[in-house]
Ligand binder design. Sequence first.
Ligand code: ADP
Ligand code: ZN
Ligand code: ZN
Length: 716
Amino acid sequence: MIARVQPLTRTRAVRGLFDYRLAPGQQVQVGSLLRVPFGSRSSLGVVVELAEHSELDPERLVEPEAVIGAGVGADLVALADWMAREYCSTPSRALQLMLAPGASTGTGAKLALVAELTPEGRAALGDPRVRLNDRQRALLGALAERGPTVASELDTSGLRRLEGRGLVAMDRRARPRRPARLQVGSASAAAPPLTAQQAQALAPLVAALGRRDPDHPGYLLQGVTGSGKTEVYLGAVDAALAAGRSAIVLVPEIALTPQTLWRFEARFGDVVAVLHSALSTGERHDEWMRLRSGEARVCVGPRSAVFAPLPDIGLIVIDEEHESSYKHEGDPRYDARTVARERAARHGAVLVFGSATPRPESVLAMTRLRLSERVDRRPLPGVEVLDMRDRHQPLHPETRMALADLRRAGGKAILLLNRRGWSNFLSCRACGRVWLCPNCDVALVLHRHGQFIACHHCGHRARVPQRCSACQSVSVARHGAGTERIEHELREALGEERFPIFRLDADSSTLPQRARTLQSFQAAPAGVLVGTQMVAKGHDFPDVSLGVVLDADQTLRFPDFRAEERTFALITQLAGRTGRGALGSRVLVQTLAPEARPIRFAVHHDTDGFISDELARREALSYPPYASLIRIVSSAEDEALARETAAAIHAELASVDAAVLGPAPLFRLRGRARSQLVVKATARRPAIDAVGRAVDRVAPGAARRGAAVSVDVDPQ
Ligand code: ADP
Ligand code: ZN
Ligand code: ZN
């Protein structure tokens, strides 16, 4: 037998499969992970095909060195091939996303020394004539109570002495590293009776499970926070399991939304496995193995869980489908929503997206199901716009008053400002110089805590300047306010006694610390949570009665066709998380653009109106979903080289049936000049293929001169 192997290399230069001769009886399948001799070294590789014969001289074929770990299923090998084409990447890079966590670094099952009572030990426990000191008696008692136990959790040397007397048996076993369960909020094993709307949404999903229709575009469950979407997902997972199939549930970020995970674990128990970045590689490896072995049949996780090694997938759910975290920023720049659609089709699985603010493309493509009111029937909060033109304080007087009232009444508020740090930028009052990053063409942001200025793109840091290096003036102006400054202002204005102020942003802490901040805010009877957009994600605080968006039009100032969609989603998501408390509810939107379209629609909770307006606009401008965008960026230390590379790719695209815009310069990033092309195509597949070929022709030569090219299909 011959195994055709895809070597797992990072370089694009290695193309094609390599043949290896299998030893008789060697257990290898499509998807097996092998260590193979590769040139003068050895390399990992995945078996892509098995064949009887090779076109190469059989004498020259060598055998693989070893089979490693569990490999992946044949379905994922085929999916990797599809991904490589869909995202102008390589099968090798796609496969590396799919292997067991740590597979390439040799993270295997962990062996632990496990102790358990022998029959003699059990007898000794009840026999006062056996000489045992208190410590030994306690150890035997613990084993009697707990069953087989990892020795180091008790007392390894004490147990060794008992083993010597034949009272305890010890051996090394594989112990699954199970992530600790975070029990958050109340969740129960039993499903509540569904509301009429929930039942109406669930029925078509259950019916679709039996059809295995690969051409169905999937279902879009649209309903505000608290309308019972998660309960519908739980019902659909239950139906998939009952049909003997498996399920994948994608969530934006588990560390920030632990209650969702906990509801799945509480309902389905051990058949749920989690894969997320806050787990150690070992824990993820073992959870992954539970899925691969069939012990777990439901995988809950962030975007990478779309590759969960499950057979016969019956259901793929994507919660909060509008979230940008479903897009992967490394090569291949895949979109988990698009991959989920492809994987669902290949398995005949039911695809369900859910959101309060779905993307226009999902509305256009999918079958819509609705949950039109909250389960508790509370109305959505009133949304008021506060005009910030001609105001020089970051907080509007109305906002200050609402916060002061809330403090007196002992309620909770969430303040959202999508800008971290203290001030946006610094400038010299005498000569106008703005402090820029030396590596990127962007302004440095002041962080008062620690007294430094930092680049939010490359991480460059410098001391806060005392004087201008150009004109020596000591008058340095600070412009704009970030989350740190707002936190400070709130402390000044409200004090902290019995009214704690929590801050949540990428600066404030690590992921687990952020999860704890959220838990503290949840547990506090009163207080304010200030933060970037992460405060409006996933989590659900039933007792928040005031939501405030600061500088709501900030997202509109980005030159991006999704800017309006983001702004609308941000306000609406915050409103959805507000107003289930006893104190009534209100959302205040501070903005310099009170007439902006997304803000007007958000004030009226008019999601449908916004989406149909947005679809009309996109159709007129040929933006997605009416066309596909492909972004090609070349970068080099030398600006001319970056531009020439982009121009060369443009020339290669001369005959493609699509609009090619650029080359246009982008701001310098990490010391590299950048140049961008944007391809706008109605015929998606031929355009992707043409871009792939053009990049393949230009990139190798450009790389030799120091230019790098990246391709982003469906950029965010
Ligand atoms: P969403 O996912 O849309 O935010 P959830 O499914 O989390 O909504 O439901 C909101 C709240 O209502 C949760 O606390 C949930 O336990 C509860 N809930 C959902 N469906 C029902 C039901 N049919 N009966 C009783 N409570 C429900
Ligand atoms: Zn100056
Ligand atoms: Zn920088």
